[in-house]
Write a new protein. Structure first.
Length: 410
């Protein structure tokens, strides 16, 4: 089946490429004179919104969602400040950095992966990443101090190893995101991703592959990036990162001049969304592919204009406009998100239970009399994000109360 699919993609792309190669050989100057306005046509800016699926029930807008994430980050940062024990601060600092990279940096990273980033996205991404790197550096410093003392048993040794691995992975991911925010930092970002590409954790390896391709694209190394991608289009094994990697491959093919191949591959991804995603997510995934298809059509039109094929360039622009109207009208679906932006490698430990409230002893005779039926009330542990509140255990023995009968009056 893979060979059949591969041959189908190649044959379709070759047919399209051959057609346009024949067109390109026919009187480019005459075509250019026929439609002079095509080369100066202004394209309408794409307006889209990200999927609201990630929003909590109380959130009604993307701005409110960003504010909600900021509050979660601030609450966790307060726990870090309030924790005096170094060994207890380490997992809090690591989970704080993980939260910043996985959630807080996600909107900007999604926009970059979709090719619709705003001018200020790089600055915001860098601010978030810098804070995450600071958190990880603090955790690593505390970990070195803790490791100077002997571990108390196998459990603590295993815990230290887990913290160290999380710190190394988060450092590499943060370095890669910093490279996307600042092109000068791309080289160290690429170097840090190398160990993660071979990770046994599938979602971590998929994240590293996507970030590597994005960094190579930003630095103009598209040939190197495409050499590592499987030429056969298959279903994504790790969502959402493999899906964005497949779309990025189309964009890179177009950047290398293979407009026909890139457009054919993007159309196949659009059709495959019905099989790759749950029914509720199909409109979001197709909206993401629609952004890609519009970009490819407009890029292809610009290439045709440069070759003097203004008639065919106008058709490509008309195709892009049809896609825009179909997917991004008044009732547009939210666009599929790269969420979480990086895997959740470490969860914050649950907060300690609040202290039991002390009540002053009563002086009434009834209060001094011991009661055989009263039980001391225990404070319930508050729910931690991603965790369930422990339920009280049921007693295995049940006592049944017998009804008392009153003697009948004589």
């Amino acid at each position: 089946m893979c060979k059949i699919a591969q041959e189908s993609v190649r044959s379709s792309a070759l047919r399209m490429a051959a057609t346009f190669a024949m067109i390109a050989a026919v009187a480019p100057a005459a075509s250019s004179a026929a439609e002079p306005k095509a080369t100066t046509q202004r394209e309408e800016k794409i307006s889209c919104r990200l999927s609201p699926r990630a929003w909590p029930e109380s959130v009604k807008s993307e701005k409110a969602y960003a504010e909600w994430i900021d509050r979660q980050v601030a609450l966790l940062a307060e726990r870090v400040k309030a924790e005096p024990a170094p060994a207890s601060r380490i997992p809090l600092l690591l989970s704080l950095a993980n939260l910043r990279l996985a959630r807080q940096a996600e909107p900007e990273l999604t926009a970059m992966a979709l090719g619709v980033q705003a001018p200020d996205d790089a600055r915001r991404l860098k601010q978030t990443v810098d804070k995450a790197r600071h958190d990880v550096a603090q955790a690593a410093s505390l970990l070195r101090k803790v490791e100077s003392a002997p571990a108390d048993g196998k459990l603590e040794t295993k815990q230290r190893t887990r913290w160290k691995q999380a710190a190394e992975s988060l450092t590499a991911l943060a370095s890669a995101l910093a490279g996307l925010a600042d092109e000068k930092l791309a080289a160290p970002g690429l170097a840090g991703l190398e160990p993660l590409l071979e990770s046994k954790q599938a979602d971590l390896a998929a994240t590293a592959r996507l970030l590597r391709m994005m960094l190579l694209q930003e630095s103009g190394q598209t040939k190197k990036a495409l050499a590592d991608v499987d030429p056969v289009l298959g279903p994504p094994k790790q969502l959402p990162h493999d899906f964005f990697t497949a779309m990025l491959r189309c964009r890179m093919l177009a950047q290398r001049g293979s407009d026909a191949v890139a457009s054919a591959l993007a159309l196949q991804i659009d059709v495959a969304c019905e099989k790759w995603f749950d029914k509720a997510q199909v409109p979001e995934a197709r909206a993401a592919v629609a952004l890609l298809r519009m970009e490819l059509a407009r890029r292809w039109a610009a290439d045709l204009d440069r070759k003097g094929l203004s008639n065919h360039a106008a058709r490509r622009r008309a195709a892009a406009e049809r896609i825009r109207k179909d997917f991004f009208g008044k009732d547009q679906a939210g666009v599929y998100r790269l969420l979480p932006a990086v895997p959740v490698l470490i969860e914050p430990p649950p907060p300690p239970p609040p202290p039991a409230a002390k009540t002053p002893p009563s002086t009434s005779p009834a209060a001094r009399r011991p009661s055989s039926t009263s039980t001391a009330s225990k404070p319930s542990m508050p729910a931690s994000p991603g965790r369930l509140v422990p339920q009280p255990k049921r007693s295995t023995t049940q006592t049944t109360s017998k009804p008392t009968t009153k003697p009948s009056p004589k």
